[in-house]
Design a protein around this ligand. Structure first.
Ligand code: NAD
Ligand code: UFG
Length: 331
């Protein structure tokens, strides 16, 4: 298939481009490079032997985005383009809704106009909110989101579902990601956060490197085995493979499906910290702090639907995730 990947130079997008190319698909990337670098294209070429076509276009720029559709005949779109910082989204909600929702509507309108049938969308476990029991199941539907970022994912899910109802020739897979971490085995591509990392893994990596003094563990009084928060971490290469299976499934099946992409296992903050210590070969200092506002105790996926529909299973465990992160951060 010829696949338009928006946000394709970003963290998850770049790993997905590698897996798509390895599976024999042709990739065209659109990214405005807001949170990624043009060098990623050379790195994808080093890994796969193929340099993807690239357009530096903002999905909010409808005319230039349309030119990409005029110049290419796509079979499918994978939509990664968006902002993703939860805290920032609370301070600048309109910016988040404009980019993540208006940008997506531009893209979906062009898919309709140019008769591009298949879509995969990057949603998030955040759409479950804290309304449901773990493991989170797709059939629970949409919970109460607690920030504009999460709500922008929820709006996208609703818009895509309505679009596919109205346009029966279109099909979409909405992937609800749990916590992607890790990096490609080559150490060439991975996640490079700007400023002080909000997420656990990049923060641990910076403490391990000596860039920061200690990890702040946000609470040890949750109802979990060691009191720290439990999450479903998934290796980014496993997540990338799920996109290949999803786009191939969409091509063969009509309608919309929502699918969790996680490992189905929960690890606590302390378990992740210890796995990273094993990877880097030394102890990592930490301090227990108060709970972080908005955090839930436990979040992990029910993975049955991904297995049934996509035959998807994860290949990498928490040790691989930490080893691969360590390799990337130290390159
Ligand atoms: P990322 O920031 O590394 O990648 C997003 C890419 O989109 C970046 O390269 C950025 O430059 C680009 N982009 C942003 N706005 C754009 C615009 N208007 N036009 C064109 N390009 C634009 O983030 P990521 O971690 O790779 O996430 C990819 C997608 O997955 C996002 O939609 C994110 O919300 C979603 N997601 C991520 C996580 C996670 O933990 N990383 C979890 C759930 C869902
Ligand atoms: N944590 C710490 N210290 C830190 C950072 C995180 O103790 O410095 C803890 C958190 O309290 C939580 C766990 O580590 O228990 C994971 O936190 P992250 O910030 O890495 O991830 P979240 O689960 O909070 O959120 C992530 C993404 C969201 C996405 C969600 C989906 O940031 O965008 O996963 O499950 F919606």
């Amino acid at each position: 298939m010829k696949i338009l990947v928006t946000g394709g130079t970003g963290y998850i997008g770049s790993h997905t481009c590698v897996e798509l190319i390895n599976a024999g698909h042709e990739v065209v990337i659109v990214d405005n490079l807001y949170n990624s670098s043009i060098d990623v294209l050379d790195k994808i070429e080093t890994i796969t032997g193929v340099k993807p076509a690239f357009y530096k276009v903002d999905v909010l720029d409808r005319d230039n985005l349309e030119n990409v559709f005029k110049e290419n005949s796509f079979d499918a779109v994978i939509n990664f383009a968006g902002y993703k910082a939860v805290g920032e989204s609370v301070s600048i909600p309109l910016t988040y809704y404009k980019n993540n929702v208006s940008g997506a509507i531009n893209l979906y309108e062009l898919m309709k106009k140019y008769q591009v049938k298949n879509l995969v969308f990057s949603s998030s476990a955040t759409v479950y909110g804290d309304d449901f029991e773990v493991p989170f199941k797709e059939e629970y539907g949409l919970g109460t989101t607690t920030n504009p970022y999460g709500t922008s994912k929820k709006f996208n899910e609703i818009i895509i579902t309505d679009l596919c109802k109205a346009e029966e020739w279109m099909s979409a897979i909405i992937l609800r990601y749990f916590n992607p971490i890790g990096a490609h085995k080559s150490g060439l591509i991975g996640e490079t956060p700007n400023g002080i990392p909000n997420n656990l893994l990049p923060y641990i990596a910076q403490v391990a490197n000596g860039e920061r003094d200690y990890l702040r563990v946000w609470g040890d009084d949750y109802d979990t085995p060691d009191g720290t928060g439990v999450r479903d971490y998934i290796h980014v290469v496993d997540l990338a493979r799920a996109h290949v299976l999803a786009i191939e499934y969409a091509e063969k099946n009509k309608g919309v499906d929502v699918i969790n992409v996680g490992s189905g296992k929960g690890y606590s903050v302390m378990e992740v910290l210890h796995a990273y210590e094993k990877a880097c070969g030394h102890e990592i200092p930490y301090k227990i702090m108060d709970r972080r506002p908005g955090d839930i105790a436990v979040c992990y996926a029910d993975t049955k639907k991904a297995k049934e529909l996509l035959d998807f299973e994860t290949a990498y465990d928490i040790e691989d995730m930490c080893e691969d992160s360590f390799r990337y951060y130290n390159k």
